[in-house]
Structures are given as structure tokens and as C-alpha cells.
Design a protein around this ligand. Sequence first.
Ligand code: PEP
Ligand code: MN
Length: 263
Amino acid sequence: LVSRKKKPENTIINLKGEMIGDGKPHLVFGPCAVESYEQVATVADAVRSKGLKLLRGGAFKPRTSPYDFQGLGLEGLKILKQIGDEYDLAVISEIVSPSDIELAVEYLDVIQIGARNMQNFELLKAAGAVNKPVLLKRGIAATIEEFINAAEYIMAQGNGQIILCERGIRTYERATRNTLDISAVPILKQETHLPVLVDVTHSTGRRDLLLPAAKAAIAIGADGVMAEVHPDPAVALSDNAQQMDLKQFDEFMKELQSSAFVR
Ligand code: PEP
Ligand code: MN
């Protein structure tokens, strides 16, 4: 169902007027994790002031260590919903359990399925059974074929509103957190009709590589870029080495716009 052979034209997903898959790059920013209303509102304000419409933030955080901050859960979803309404932004957040999909439908504009859950087939089926866009991230050790099959699981249940997200894969290279598989973008665009985003934060894990990786993603044909922004990354409860602060976010946007990568 996700194959371009079955449907030659691009799938376009309308998120508060941002048409993801229309051939122009769309940008998604927001903190790694929702920590408080004020923290998310500060970022939402910055996102809005640049004319952007898409906000991300994790409420359920799938952390490598059980002792790390696990997210605010339902409270985080409520904060996102409130801020989405107040700032007129489409909000995107990860859901990790099939039983929380119904909650997501109530509070979110996009259900994110994270890298660690790309082959959680019950979660894929639950997300496929609702009428809500899904942002599906590539698994840490998933081949492109496995990634496409994960999307197929969602669409097989009836939900065709799927955005694919390349977020880097694990290789022997240690200079970056993961290895951004940039060629996955045109392959996914050729083989499927779905929009493809590139997450420059989790793929590189390095603040100094966010901008060049974003330019590369757009140049190679990605439908958009996701990156993490936090008011004060040094005190962030997760991913403090790679989130941009507001000044860096400003510079990132200026550079992308002046180099004509985005309008
Ligand atoms: C995220 O985007 O918040 C995240 C945890 O990313 P990933 O699932 O790609 O590791
Ligand atoms: Mn993160």
C-alpha cells in the first residue's frame, strides 16, 4: 500500500495548513521532552515568530536508562494540547504504548512512533486503526525494507497518513551519535509515496552538525527537517548535548533561509 507503484502521486498530509509532501521543505522544532508549560511555551513562541506551524515535544520518553527522566506522560500531552491551541501550532509527540493511542487522538495532531518502537507491531496496528497522522521513525538498526514494512503495518489497518523520518542508524562510527543515512531519503521517495523527514538532532547527536545535515537533507529531497530546541539546553532533562538554544535556533533559521534552502 505504501509503494509508489501502487500510487504514483505523493501523499500530502495537511498539518494546520502545512502541506507535508508538497515538494517544499517543512520544519519541525521543539524540545526533546516536555518539562513544563513555560518551557514549551517559550519554544512555541519562537517557532510561531518565525511563521512556522509544527511543534514537537516528548511526553513519554523511551530512555536508554530506567533511571533517566521518563517524561511527564499525560500531563505532558495536556501541556502540548494547550500550547497547540494557544499558539495555533500542530503538535507532535511520541506514544509508546498501544493503550495510549486513544489519548493521543484526543491531545495530539501527530502521533510519533519512535525508533525503538518501529517494529512494535501492536503499536503500529493501533496507530493504523485511528484517523490521525503518524510520524514513523526509522529503527536504530532497521534496513530501509524493514522501515517500509513498518509503514505498511500502519497503512494495512486503514490509516494512510504516514510521514517517514530518517533519524540515523547504528554503525561502527563513533564521531556522531548515529550515522545519518542520507541516501535513505531518495530511496524512500522513490519506493514509497509518503513524505520523508530527516531528524538532524538524533542522527548526528551534535549541535555543530545540525545545520549542514539540514542543508543536506533538503538538498537531497527531504520533505522536511526535525530538530530539537530548548530554552536552556544545559539544564535540559534529556539530550542536552544536541538541542539548540533560542539564539542558535535563530541563527539556524537565518542560515537556512539566506542559503535559500527554505523560504
Ligand atoms: C524523539 O524524537 O524524541 C526520539 C526519542 O527520537 P528517536 O526515537 O529517533 O530516538
Ligand atoms: Mn531527544
